[in-house]
Write a protein that binds this ligand. Structure first.
Ligand code: CA
Length: 222
């Protein structure tokens, strides 16, 4: 899981970030409203933890703007207990959850897990798409072994169904904090996956949607 955490109190931000990262949650920290808004527009986060009182722009303003832009990333608002009106306003304009300060990081982690619907113990399940059966835990498709990154990419494509998965989104999720990752990594891995699907004689193809990303299609859809 990768989250954006917008919080201007550095000591609090450091402490919370440390505990979240120990729980395997990757955190990008933004120290003020403007920086928070810039990052919040990126389609790379599983959730946003948004303080209300921030320099330059409030958390409520950020929330309002991103929802107007159609960004549906789950948002947990943070504010002091006394700011009840802010809580109501936040939920009205599209926050998914609310946590009063001071809060326990454990509580925040529980809420994040609930919001992103990823239980700590993941069930071992195969994912199906047409004639493909992906086993994410054993990293194989129709019995053919896949690398870790190939598995993650194919899982994303299958879970997206008919929607196009953006290249930036794949890059951020699969390579994440690896700063050396470049755009063409995605293309390279798509070509590996295409070869494997071809070897399997699957009727599923990975289609490139120019300028947007990738999606799965069956050959008969063309
Ligand atoms: Ca604050």
């Amino acid at each position: 899981m990768r989250i954006l955490y917008v919080e201007d109190e550095q000591l609090l931000a450091d402490a919370v970030t440390h505990l979240l990262e120990k729980a395997s949650i990757n955190v990008d920290w933004a120290k003020d409203g403007e920086e928070g808004l810039d990052l919040a527009k990126k389609p790379i986060y599983d959730a946003i933890v948004l303080d209300i009182m921030l320099p330059k722009m409030s958390g409520l303003e950020i929330l309002e703007i991103i929802r107007k832009h159609g960004i549906k990333t789950p948002v947990i608002m943070l504010s002091a207990l006394s700011e009840v009106e802010d809580k109501v306003k936040g939920l009205e304009i599209g926050a998914d959850d609310y946590l009063a300060k001071p809060f326990k990081t454990k509580e925040l982690i529980a809420r994040l897990n609930a919001l992103t619907r990823r239980p700590a113990l993941r069930e071992s399940k195969t994912l199906k798409y047409e004639d493909l059966e992906l086993d994410p835990d054993n990293r194989s498709v129709n019995g053919m072994p896949l690398t870790e990154k190939e598995t993650e990419i194919l899982e994303m494509l299958i879970k997206s169904g008919d929607k196009t998965v953006q290249k930036d989104y794949i890059l951020a999720h699969v390579w994440g904090a690896d700063m050396m990752a470049e755009d063409n990594y995605v293309e390279v891995y798509m070509s590996y996956l295409r070869k494997k699907l071809k070897t399997l004689k699957s009727k599923v193809e990975i289609k490139t949607i120019r300028g947007l990303g990738y999606k799965l299609m069956t050959k008969s859809d063309r």
